[in-house]
Ligand binder design. Structure first.
Ligand code: CMP
Length: 155
């Protein structure tokens, strides 16, 4: 079956609230494999590039200040259909509307301070992974995938 990689950003509100561990725990518990992880501070240029499609939106200045306010954790995770799996795990953009059981649904009360970003399509995942990680920073390692997936899923 199709293994995918997706980009996750643990945002400044999660860092301030000490929720990075909780988020990483959920990703690991689910069975996704971490293939890249780093802490960095986004500067305005990187925020503008990453959120380019929102540049003209009224909330952009707030988003820019917020995303560059503290370091964040960027991660690349891998798994079968990882892009849609992670999107479902994080829940709707607005934390107040996100379903309980999702990361935003359980921990966020805000549209902007919604703890986490994750790529929403294969094309965006490729672009976003390249934005945050160099090829050599991504590590392909052998995990015992048979404990997570059935044999036919691994064919
Ligand atoms: P994210 O999934 O990272 O994608 C774009 C981000 O912009 C989103 O999470 C929110 O943090 C923010 N955002 C989107 N819509 C709004 C909005 N209407 N008001 C404020 N922030 C928003």
């Amino acid at each position: 079956m199709r293994f995918e990689r997706t980009l996750i950003l643990i945002k400044p509100d999660a860092m301030q609230r000490g929720l990075a561990g909780e988020i990483i725990k959920r990703i690991e518990n689910k069975g996704l494999k971490i293939v890249g992880i780093k802490m960095l501070k986004m500067d305005k240029k990187l925020v503008e590039e990453h959120y380019n499609k929102y540049k003209e939106k009224p909330f952009f200045p707030v988003l820019e200040r917020f995303m560059s306010s503290t370091p964040i954790i960027a991660m690349v995770v891998e798994g079968i259909e990882a892009i849609s799996v992670v999107r479902r795990m994080i829940g709707k953009t607005n934390g107040r509307e996100a379903e309980s059981g999702t990361i935003r649904g359980d921990f966020s009360m805000s549209i902007s301070k919604n703890l986490i970003h994750a790529s929403d399509s294969e094309e965006n995942a490729r672009e976003e992974i390249n934005r945050f990680f160099k090829e050599e920073e991504l590590i392909s390692w052998k995990r015992i995938d048979e404990i997570i997936y059935s044999e036919d899923e691994l064919e």
